[in-house]
Design a protein around this ligand. Structure first.
Ligand code: ADP
Ligand code: ZN
Length: 747
């Protein structure tokens, strides 16, 4: 036999189980190789697919031709193609969806592979600050609506796209124009979205401390195929260790990937990476346009840049000669993808590192129980940085029992203790900065009728609506539903409705009144929905233009501000009692991480954790900044005689959702029956099948939800059943059922 096989199995980015077969015309044979992008006809469309394999077609089969091969080199190396197959296999997802995750969006556009150009966007920018309440009241004496608009833009960092203000926040264009007429703002057209990361100062890296040096040498002495966990307390200087390991590899001609949970929240890390690698770095942030994304991908693929920094999808950065993948804050749930393929970037990183012969480096102050388990099993090597840089002590954490601690009378319903109040006041008096965590956005958690007790729920979800202000609305945090705040009860007609539970907007309001001189910035989903908003807020904090930074979990991560001497967790219990086996772990991580923001400067720091569960091990362990202490209590709670959960068992979740409640319940019954049969007939009863049961959130976006959990100490058995399900009738999974292997939440 001579010459190349004449046909290609092509995978299209679609949820179908089988590849499509095309004939390769003579002229394209050199480029239509496994891993290459090809343009192929699909019915009357042209689509981009990836060649999975070359085959000899059955004789006499009538095949359509591959139309074009756009790249000089295959888009995917053999290793990345194998990684895609692993993802498809492990997560039970069609190979086409795994490939779609591997290559950035614009590379799938047959018509314009480089992606569209950004067009100009109209932006409203505030031109005058109104720092004092008095000025503010004077300026908006006649127009409360203008004030709402002004404050909305202000909380978005002083500048926001007009489209966002009008369509998302419901502000009227006339009111925005009014601000301009009044000389408080102006309209601008942003032609090019500037990458704010390029403007950051990039300090040269300091010299390693002896501890850091010891860890770097220990890593170098560890065989490449042994993953390493750096367990370093908050402020121990993990970033510099990553950078030194990466620097050595890049100096020897290899490439590196640094994964961060959310790029917008880690400008400081990005700046440090730029400081070391300069133009060698591609920062893969969500603000890139399609064209920029494609450009970054190509620069990496060609080896023009050898370091990629980004969130979970950066694990697929096409770096030749990959030397190391670093996963910073490896415990973060944001590494899990929420749509198919539901991969966990930390676990994908481990497999990719194996396939490429690269090193895997995980880092965290609060490692996941999964990773600690792998350490205990001898799979992952543990290296510790037990002290902060400069021998700074970890801040003492004071637990404030909200059931008994004296509260500030003026705070009324707000959980605001004397202890926290005094600490904040003292810090502000000394010109220090304060961080306040409240992991609930909005103004109030829900609206309740004091007469009949009715709680206003979303009409599409089994979730109470959250009260928002500026602009006022009831909003559902799960779907886009919003409605006006009612003046009377929808059930009994009672005139006055009571707000219950506080959110960040109300906290901001309160803090502004309590400390009128303080400059406050709020950071939550509502203030950061526009491009670079996180960045603008954090920059202001870094320049010390902000005295109090308050917000949801996004302020708990990675921030390194030496001016912060007080951290307050206003209500540590917001997630503690969720019906999810990770509720305690998440609470521990959140509280310990935010506590770690305090005391990074010479003045030291203090932390106040307000809770109604002061004895809970999540709270107690956070007080000691000790994941080991947390794990010592938590791990036995996830083992018999309790219901067994990861890391002691493999877990997959099957979720059924349907508009009709009975349809959902019956479909879930069938899923459970199928799983039980599969376990008995094919897997020697290796699986424990739980359910079906209604999900803890039983209705979302108009669909009723049921789930079935599958557990097995034999992880392979979970994999086999997930794969078998995906291959079932209909192929590529069955309509309406979501399969989530290694779920990070089961709500
Ligand atoms: P972690 O990620 O472990 O919480 P960081 O990497 O943010 O810690 O480092 C904490 C602080 O210590 C940062 O301000 C960093 O610039 C500083 N730092 C780290 N290593 C050194 C060093 N070798 N010498 C001086 N300062 C350092
Ligand atoms: Zn809803």
């Amino acid at each position: 036999m001579s010459g190349p096989p004449p046909a290609a199995e092509v995978i299209l980015p679609l949820p179908v189980a089988r590849p499509y077969t095309y004939r390769i015309p003579d002229g394209l044979a050199a480029h239509a190789v496994p891993g290459a992008r090809v343009i192929v006809p699909v019915r009357r469309l042209r689509m981009i697919g990836v060649v999975a394999a070359l085959i000899a077609p059955e004789p006499g089969r009538d095949l359509r031709d591959v139309l074009a091969t756009p790249d000089a080199e295959p888009a995917l190396t053999p290793e990345l193609l194998r990684l895609a197959r692993w993802i498809a296999d492990y997560y039970g997802s069609p190979l086409g969806l795994a490939l779609r995750a591997l290559l950035p969006g614009p590379l799938w556009q047959a018509a314009r592979p480089a992606g569209p150009r950004e067009t100009g966007e109209r932006v409203l920018t505030l031109t005058r600050g109104l720092p004092s309440l008095l000025e503010r009241e004077r300026a908006f004496k006649r127009s409360a609506r203008r004030r709402v608009a002004y404050e909305a833009v202000e909380s978005l960092g002083g500048s926001a796209p007009v489209r966002h203000l009008v369509t998302q926040l419901g502000l009227s264009p006339a009111v925005l124009a009014g601000l301009v007429t009044q000389g408080l703002a102006r309209f601008e057209v942003m032609v090019q979205q500037r990458d704010p990361f390029t403007g950051l100062s990039s300090p040269p890296p300091p010299v390693l401390t002896p501890d850091q040096g010891r860890v770097v040498e220990a890593i170098a002495a560890t065989p490449t195929d042994v993953p390493v966990l750096i367990h370093g307390v908050t402020g121990s200087g993990k970033t510099l260790v990553y950078l030194e390991v990466m620097r050595r590899l890049v100096a020897s001609g290899q490439g590196a990937i640094l994964l961060v949970p959310e790029i917008a929240l880690t400008p400081q890390t990005v700046a440090r990476v730029r400081g070391v690698f300069g133009d060698q770095v591609a920062v893969l942030h969500s603000g890139l346009s399609e064209g920029e994304r494609a450009d970054a991908w190509r620069a990496l693929r060609r080896g023009e840049r050898r370091v990629a920094v980004g969130p979970r999808s950066a694990v697929f950065a096409p770096i030749p000669r990959l030397g190391v993948i670093v996963v910073d804050e490896e415990h973060e749930a944001s590494y899990k993808q929420g749509t198919a393929p539901r991969y966990h970037a930390r676990d994908v990183a481990r497999v990719r590192a194996q396939l490429e012969g690269a090193r895997l480096l995980l880092g965290s102050a609060t490692p996941s129980l999964e990773t600690l388990h792998l350490v205990d099993e001898g799979v992952v090597r543990l290296l510790s940085l037990p002290e902060r840089v400069g021998a700074r002590p970890l801040p003492p954490v004071e637990i404030v029992d909200l059931r008994s601690a004296p509260r500030v009378a003026e705070a009324r319903g707000l959980p605001w203790s004397e202890a926290l109040d005094t600490a904040v006041r003292d810090a502000l008096a000394q010109g220090d900065q304060v961080i306040l965590l409240l992991n609930r956005r909005g103004f109030a958690t829900y609206l309740q009728c004091p007469a009949c007790g009715d709680v206003r729920e979303c009409s599409h979800c089994a979730i109470a609506l959250t009260v928002h202000q500026a602009p006022a609305a009831l909003r559902c945090h799960y779907c886009a539903h919003a409605e006006p705040v009612p003046t009377a009860c929808g059930v009994c007609g009672h005139a006055f409705q009571r707000m219950r539970g506080i959110g960040t907007q109300q906290l901001e309001h309160f803090v502004a009144r309590r400390f009128p001189a303080a400059r406050i910035a709020r950071m939550d989903l509502d203030t950061t929905s526009t491009k670079w908003a996180h960045h603008r807020i954090l920059e202001r904090v870094a320049r010390r233009e902000v005295d109090v930074l308050l917000g949801t979990q996004m302020i708990a991560k990675g921030l390194d501000f030496p001016g912060v001497t007080v951290v307050g967790v206003v209500d540590a219990d917001t997630g503690l009692h969720l019906p999810d086996f990770r509720a305690g772990e998440r609470t521990f991580q959140l509280v310990a991480q935010v506590a770690g923001r305090a005391g990074r400067g010479p003045k030291g720091g203090r932390v106040f954790v307000q809770t109604r569960a002061p004895d809970h091990h999540a709270i107690q362990a956070a007080r000691e900044h000790s994941v080991r202490r947390f794990a010592a209590v938590e791990l036995p709670l996830r083992a018999a005689p309790h219901p067994v959960y990861p890391p002691h068992t493999g877990l997959a979740r099957f979720v059924v959702a349907a508009v009709d409640a009975d349809v959902a319940a019956r479909a879930a019954e069938r899923v459970a029956a199928w799983l039980r049969r599969a376990s008995a007939e094919r897997l020697g009863d290796a699986l424990t099948v739980l359910g079906p049961a209604p999900c803890p959130i039983p209705r979302l976006k108009g669909r009723w939800r049921w789930h079935v959990l599958v557990k097995s100490a034999e992880r392979r058995a979970v994999g086999r059943v997930v794969r078998a399900w995906g291959r079932g009738p209909g192929g590529g999974g069955r309509g309406g059922v979501i399969v989530d292997r290694d779920p990070v939440a089961v709500l």
